[in-house]
Design a protein around this ligand. Sequence first.
Ligand code: PEP
Ligand code: MG
Length: 315
Amino acid sequence: LAPAGAPVFAGRGLTADGVHVPLLANVGTPAEALAAAAAGAEGIGLYRTESSFLGRTLAPSVEEQVATYRAVLEAFAGRTVVVRTLDAGAQQRLPFLVDHGEDNPALGVRGLRTSAAHPDLLEDQLRAVARAADGSGADVWVMAPMVATVEESDRFVALCAAQGLTTAGVMVEVPSAALVAGPILERAAFASVGTNDLTQYTMAADRSLGTVATLHDPWQPAVLQLVALTCAAGTARGRPVGVSGEAAVDPALACVLVGLGAAHLSVRPNALGPVAAGLARATLEQCRAAAAAALAAPTAERARLAALAALPPAE
Ligand code: PEP
Ligand code: MG
């Protein structure tokens, strides 16, 4: 339950001057999708499908996947659901995937990379998503995690098309993907910036290590520059670029992300209210001014202070 006095999300992200910025939810299970719908999320911006694969010795069958995915999609009939294909190999090591015995799994075979040794796994998952989408009423988008190159993105888009999934995109969470977002978005229909990993890989700071937490900060101007590049590539090609990492949970940073050109934001359901309230205080122009001030700052702390100075104060 939200604490007393906490802003409640009314179901529509709007800036103070009425620009609609869809506020979507990050979920991992059908129960979380129902909770997100109850919290007023306008759609699902990141459905992490790992929970269907965890704790098993064998991969789930297509039928099992269809049942789970359909439950999530039906909770958002009439709205958009962005389904992310399996992101295993880093923290999530699964017994039915080849164990490469890596010293540094975050830089190894994770995310889309696992599909090289397991093409059937990805094909089965896409087949299951396509079947679950059929008749669910949801507008289903599919995206791949841990994409580093244009070839990987193009290959994923082609695999999706072969299953009849026409709205295929990628997560931008590796700096190289941000730098080649233009050519990626020639064929990918959209991108979603994953600021958790993008910050980890840009700053060379493990996202789960407290000792490097000051480096793992999405206010770092280097991270903001990569988000700006990705959004600009999307704007140039008319492709939506959203943000689905934890950065969007900070209301001031959410305004900065909108000012950088994010078309939608996806956050955990309990952050929808505070993010909507932060967005409602600032006009698009103020978001853009905050973004420009943050981008020009030399440090994360000064980026945050410069953005706050450009935004209306929180009550
Ligand atoms: C991210 O990396 O920012 C992201 C949204 O994906 P995950 O947290 O699942 O790695
Ligand atoms: Mg990630």
